[in-house]
Write a protein that binds this ligand. Sequence first.
Ligand code: NI
Length: 182
Amino acid sequence: MILSKNILDEKDKRLRKKSIDITFPMDEKYKKVILDSIEMLTLSQIEEEAKKYNLRPGMGLAAIQLGINKRFFVIVYEYEEGKFENYIFINPKIISNSEELVYVEGGEGCLSVNREVNGIVPRYARVNVEYYDMDGNKHEIRLRDELSVAFQHEYDHLNGILFFDHIDKKNPFKNQNNMRAI
Ligand code: NI
C-alpha cells in the first residue's frame, strides 16, 4: 500500500521533470501502481481510514509523485458522501477548453506539498480530454469544475509543473474577480 512517505516532496527535483508516454501493452507494474494509488486516494478521503494510515486527504496522484516518470495519473472523486468514482488517465491530452476560468476557493492542495499555499490558481472550468485506459483503448471525456481542476492539476505534474507555479508571486489573489470560485 502507498503511504505518505512514498510520495515525493516538492523539493525533490524529479517532480520537475517531464514524464514520458506509456507504451502498450502496459507493464503490469504500472497497473499495480494505478490500483494502489486508487486505494490510497480512496482511503485518504474516508476520515477513519485516513487517520489509521496517517494519510492526508487527496483526490489525485500522478505517477511522478511516486518517482515514476510515466504519463499517467488517477483521480478518485467523491461524487456523493461515501461514494467514489475512479478515473484513470494514461497519456492524456487536453483537446479543448472553456474560456471560463475557475479557481478552488481555499486554495488547491497537493500530496507533494506539505504546507499551506494561498493564492489563486486559474483553471479552465471545462476541458475535453482524450486518454488511454489500461488496455490501450482511447477515450474522450468532458470534465467540469472539480474534475476539470483535478485533471489540470495532475496533467501539470506530467510536465513538471506544481500548482503554486500558477500563483502570481506579487499578488496571489490577482484576477480573482474574473473567475468563478468552486
Ligand atoms: Ni499534486
